[in-house]
Design a protein around this ligand. Structure first.
Ligand code: NDP
Length: 499
C-alpha cells in the first residue's frame, strides 16, 4: 500500500520532567512503526521505575512548595484557554502524528483535534467555578464552610485509541483544580501527548506541574500506581488492567478513577427513524476501526424487522472504505498492532465455530503492508456467545434478535460492562422506560456517540469508577475540606456539673 501523503517522517522524542526534555536514566529507547504503513514514525525514551520516581518527586515538590496550587482560577483558566488555541494552531501536525502512530483515518484525527480544543475550553470555565459551600443554618454560634482543595499529585494513564482526546479528558481538569501531574501515555501512541507537553510550556505552564514519562505499562504505569507520593490515579484502558491499577493503588489508599471497556448495545425497535438508525449503526461499530470504548458492537434488533433491516445494514457497510488512513476517502484504517489484530481475528474465529451466521466480511484484508480487517457483520448471535458479551475492539458487529422490551433489557444488562447504550424508537414512553432499565453510564435516544463536554461520561459496573467531563469533572481532582467556625462563648465540657 502506498501513502498518498508523501514521505512519512519519523521523529525522535524526549520525555518531559521538571520542564526539561530528557532521556530515560538508562538511556534506553524504543520505536514505533505506523500500523498502517509499517514505517518508522517515532522513537521514545524507555523509562523505568527510577524515571517515574524522579518525575513523581518533581510533581510532589512543585505541589508542596510552589505557588501553582494557589494560583487563581482566572489564571488557570487563561492558561487552559491558551493551550486550546495552541492545539488549534498545531492541529494538522497533531492529527498526522495521531494517524501515523494509531492507524486511524486522518480526516477523523482532524475532527478529534476540534473536539480536544472544546474540552480545554470547557475545563477553563470550570477552573473559575470550583467552589465549596457555606452553612449558615447551624445555630447562632456556628458557621460551616466547605472548600475544594486540589488533591495533590495525580498520575494520568491513557490508552492508544484516542491519545490526545483522552489525555484531554483528564489533564485540563486536573490543572483546573490545581494539581500537579505525571502522565503516562500508551507506549504505542505517545507522540501527541509529548507535543502537548511542548504546547503547555509554550502557554506558560510552570516547569514540573506536568511531567510526561514514556515507556511500557509495567514498569512505568505500575510504578505510578504503586507510588506512595501519588495521591490519585486517573486511568483509561482495559478492565483487566484497571483491576491491576486498583490493586496496586492500595498501598497508600490513593483515589482511583477508571474509564474502562464496554460492550455497548444499540437497541432498535420497528417504529424508529430507520434511515437515521442505519447510519448510526454503521458509524457506531466502524468508527475508529471499532477500537472505541463506546463502540456500538452489539445491535439488538426486534425480530419482526431483522430479516428486512439487516440486509440494509450490509449494503450500507459495504460502502465503508478500508485502507490507507491518509487517503481522505478512508473510513476504517489499520488496527493498532499485530497482537490486537490476533485478538480481533480470534473473536471472528469464535463466531465461525458457533451457530452465528456471517453476513459480511470476517477476513483480514490482504495487503503488502499494515493490518486491516474487513467491516464484519455476524447475525444470529446469542447472548451467551463471547461475541455478545466480550469487548472485541475491532470492526465487528454482532446482531442479536429480541422479541420484546423485557427481553431486550435483559440482554442489554447481561454483560459485566455498563458504559453506554442507544435506544431507537419514536415512542417516548418506550424510550424512557428502556433508558431507565439499562445499566449504563450513558444512554442515547435516537442518536449515538455524541458527547457534549457539559455531560458527564463514565461507566457502571466493570466499565469504570467515577466520571469525566461535565460540571463535576474538576471536582474529581479535589479533596473536600470542612471548616467549622465557632462564634461567641463556647459551652464548656464541664457545664452543668456541680462546682
Ligand atoms: P490497556 O489497559 O492495555 O492500557 C491502558 C494504559 O495502561 C496504557 O498506557 C498501558 O501502557 C497502561 N498499563 C498497562 N499495564 C499497566 C499496569 N500494570 N499498571 C498501570 N498501567 C498499565 O488498554 P489499551 O491501551 O489496550 O486500550 C484499550 C482499552 O481501553 C479498551 O478496553 C477500551 O475499552 C478502553 N478505553 C476506555 C475508554 C473509556 O473512556 N471508558 C476510552 C478509551 C479506551 P502500555 O500501552 O505501555 O501497555
Amino acid at each position: 500500500m502506498s501513502s498518498t501523503h508523501g514521505p512519512i517522517q519519523s521523529h525522535d522524542y524526549q520525555m518531559l520532567i521538571d520542564g526539561h526534555w530528557v532521556e530515560s536514566h538508562s538511556g534506553r529507547r524504543y520505536e514505533r512503526h505506523s500500523p498502517a504503513h509499517d514505517v518508522l514514525v517515532g522513537t521514545y525514551p524507555e523509562a523505568d521505575a527510577k524515571d517515574v520516581d524522579i518525575a513523581v518527586a518533581v510533581a510532589r515538590r512543585v505541589f508542596d512548595e510552589s505557588d501553582w496550587p494557589h494560583t487563581s482560577g482566572a489564571e488557570r483558566a487563561a492558561l487552559l484557554g491558551k493551550v486550546s488555541v495552541l492545539i488549534h494552531e498545531n492541529a494538522e501536525e497533531l492529527a498526522l502524528i495521531e494517524t501515523l502512530e494509531s492507524g486511524k483515518p486522518l480526516n477523523q484525527a482532524r475532527d478529534e483535534m476540534g473536539w480536544t480544543c472544546a474540552i480545554w475550553d470547557y475545563a477553563a470555565t470550570l477552573a473559575r467555578h470550583l467552589r465549596g459551600d457555606a452553612y449558615n443554618n447551624l445555630g447562632p454560634d456556628m458557621l460551616g464552610i466547605t472548600v475544594r482543595e486540589p488533591i495533590g499529585v495525580v498520575g494520568l494513564i491513557t490508552p492508544w485509541n484516542f491519545p490526545l482526546l483522552i489525555i484531554s479528558q483528564k489533564l485540563p481538569f486536573a490543572l483546573a483544580a490545581g494539581c500537579t501531574c505525571v502522565v503516562k501515555p500508551s507506549e504505542l501512541t505517545p507522540g501527541t501527548t509529548l507535543r502537548l507537553g511542548e504546547l503547555l510550556l509554550q502557554a506558560g505552564l510552570a516547569p514540573g506541574v506536568v511531567n510526561i514519562v514514556t515507556g511500557f505499562g509495567d514498569p512505568v504505569g505500575q510504578r505510578l500506581c504503586d507510588h506512595h507520593d501519588v495521591d490519585m490515579i486517573s486511568f483509561t484502558g482495559s478492565t483487566r488492567v484497571g483491576k491491576q491499577v486498583v490493586a496496586a493503588s492500595q498501598g497508600n489508599l490513593k483515589k482511583v478513577t477508571l474509564e474502562l471497556g464496554g460492550k455497548n448495545p444499540q437497541v432498535l425497535f420497528p417504529d424508529a427513524d430507520l434511515d437515521a438508525a442505519l447510519d448510526a449503526v454503521v458509524f457506531g461499530v466502524y468508527f475508529n476501526m471499532g477500537e472505541c470504548c463506546n463502540s456500538g458492537s452489539r445491535l439488538l434488533i426486534h425480530q419482526d424487522m431483522a430479516d428486512k433491516f439487516v440486509p440494509r445494514i450490509i449494503e450500507h457497510a459495504k460502502r465503508v472504505k478500508v485502507g490507507d488512513p491518509l487517503d481522505p476517502a478512508t473510513k476504517v484504517g489499520a488496527l493498532i498492532s499485530d497482537a490486537h489484530l490476533k485478538k480481533v481475528m480470534g473473536y471472528i474465529e469464535s463466531g465461525r465455530k458457533s451457530a452465528a451466521r456471517f453476513r459480511l466480511g470476517g477476513n483480514r484484508l490482504i495487503t503488502d503492508k499494515g493490518r486491516f480487517v474487513e467491516p464484519t457483520i455476524i447475525d444470529h448471535v446469542t447472548a451467551d456467545m463471547p461475541l455478545a458479551c466480550e469487548e472485541v475492539f475491532g470492526p465487528v458487529l454482532s446482531v442479536i434478535r429480541f422479541k420484546d422490551e423485557s427481553e431486550a433489557a435483559g440482554i442489554v444488562n447481561s454483560t459485566m460492562y455498563g458504559l453506554s447504550a442507544a435506544v431507537w424508537t419514536r415512542d417516548l414512553d418506550r424510550a424512557l422506560t428502556m433508558a431507565r432499565r439499562i445499566h449504563a453510564g450513558t444512554v442515547w435516544i435516537n442518536t449515538f456517540m455524541s458527547g457534549p463536554q457539559e455531560l458527564p461520561f463514565g461507566g457502571y459496573r466493570q466499565s469504570g469508577l467515577g466520571r469525566e467531563l461535565g460540571r463535576f469533572a474538576a471536582e474529581e481532582y479535589t479533596e473536600l475540606k470542612t471548616i467549622q467556625l465557632h462564634m461567641g462563648p463556647r459551652t464548656s465540657w464541664w457545664a452543668g456539673l456541680p462546682r
